[in-house]
Design a protein around this ligand. Structure first.
Ligand code: C6P
Length: 414
């Protein structure tokens, strides 16, 4: 059994783990070993309590009421937007659109660009390692407009083939839409270079940051990225809430998306005028508790610090890579030199689902299957993988338990 060594302080780790009630759960009578953080992260008490406090004491609709409670809710909700804008380095909270998550953020851009900005013959560049959320909205847009989806290939190791990516950029390219960190492989893409090369051709860049923000500090202004999409629930906040960041001028140039309350300035049967940013893209009663809970999650992450998160996860990634590589017949899928703390693998000829089921009986939660990246699985010639994804609250001893579970699964399934 490994001690919590390296950069990890055992005391700090156990204090942090105590912040997450679900980590004390049992599954099939065994202590939970939660290694499915890329699917969704666990929530700290600070977030749970903030949401409870909102519903107990501040619950009212926002932007609508003259009454005090509505103003309290509105202040908390718009205060959350300020917090989120500051956290991601946006120059103004007008650039922070609230959505249901990364999927809706990408769909918002794909749908609105389709009203005039993308035409027949235009091209959108993605990569082979995209999540379905960053493929299907562009396919729908291409079907609607006659534009073409171009796909930059990856190497066997799971890195972007940069030469091929550059070749795809041309005078027809209207947008580059790339995943910042691959959910299936952990690959960290060279997004600064991608943005600089795309901008050199006058092409805006959308980054799918769903798997980046849990692991690293992202500053959208420093990156000079045009659109950035993320989900609260992967960053220790509530589900059903996320962000579309967009440069103000680019958002201003897009038409409204969904129609309804809050996104309008004035409605008349002769025509409607629209609200200003960011509300123009936020029709209907929003996920108020989602925004407030997410702001609490960001404050929690700041209290831990991305430096510590990075050191801890780096330690876990390297430790797990070394321990899992020692298991007979285990093959790691995705070996890019720059990776976040995600390890996909196959165990001999065992089906990933069977491996996941055996691990679950031991209380170990991993994800199995195609991870919503079917084209990537086809490219790599695998039916799916087993994926262990680590957060800063995981420990080396949990990786030892995973390894022991895999040895047992190998014996049972092999
Ligand atoms: N990936 C996973 O287990 P939503 O569902 O909208 O919050 O996020 C979608 C999404 C988009 N891009 C990437 C890179 C993602 O990883 C995800 C969600 C989860 O890998 C669930 S499929």
């Amino acid at each position: 059994m490994a001690s919590e060594s390296g950069t990890i302080s055992a005391d700090r780790l156990s204090a942090i783990r105590a912040d997450f009630p679900t980590l004390s759960a049992t599954v099939h009578g065994e202590p939970l070993v939660y290694l499915d953080n890329a699917a969704t992260s666990q929530k700290p008490l600070a977030v749970i309590k903030r949401i409870e406090d909102y519903y107990r004491n501040e619950n009212a609709n926002v932007h609508r009421g003259v009454h005090s409670l509505s103003q309290i809710a509105t202040d908390a909700y718009e205060g959350a937007r300020e917090k989120i804008a500051e956290f991601i380095g946006a120059t103004s909270s007008r650039e922070v659109i609230f959505t249901k998550g990364t999927t809706e953020s990408v769909n918002l851009i794909a749908a609105t660009m389709g009203f005039g900005q993308i035409k027949e013959g235009d091209e959108i560049v993605v990569t082979e390692m995209e999540h379905h959320s960053n493929i299907v909205p562009w396919q729908l847009l291409c079907e609607r407009t006659g534009a073409r989806l171009r796909v930059a290939p990856i190497t066997e190791e799971g890195e972007l083939d940069y030469n091929e990516f550059q070749i795809l950029l041309n005078e027809r390219t209207r947008l580059v839409a790339v995943v910042h960190v691959s959910n299936s492989l952990g690959t960290i893409n060279p997004v600064r270079r991608i943005i600089s090369d795309a901008h050199g051709m006058g092409v805006p860049v959308l980054l799918d940051g769903a798997q980046a923000v849990p692991h690293m500090k992202v500053d959208v202004s420093a990156l000079d990225v045009d659109f950035y999409c993320l989900s609260s629930h992967k960053l220790f906040g509530p589900t059903g809430f996320g962000i579309l960041y967009g440069k103000e001028a680019l958002l201003e140039a897009l038409p409204p998306w969904q129609g309804g309350g809050d996104m309008i300035e004035e409605v008349d049967f002769s025509g409607t005028t629209f609200n200003e940013l960011p509300h123009r893209f936020e029709a209907g009663t929003p996920h108020i508790a989602g925004a407030i809970g997410f702001a609490a999650a960001l404050e929690y992450v700041e209290s831990i610090g991305y430096d510590w998160i990075h050191d801890q996860e780096n330690d876990l990634l390297h430790y797990a890579t070394s321990v899992l590589s020692g298991i007979d017949g285990l093959r790691i899928i995705g070996t890019a030199p720059k990776k976040a703390s995600v390890i996909s693998f196959l165990l001999g000829n065992a089906h990933p689902y069977d491996v996941g089921t055996v691990l679950d009986r031991m209380g170990i939660a991993v994800r199995t299957g195609h991870h919503c990246t079917q084209p990537l699985m086809k490219r790599l010639g695998v039916p799916g993988t087993v994926r262990a994804s680590f957060a800063f609250y995981n420990s080396r001893s949990e990786i030892d338990q995973l390894a022991a579970g895999l040895e047992r699964a190998a014996g049972m399934l092999g």
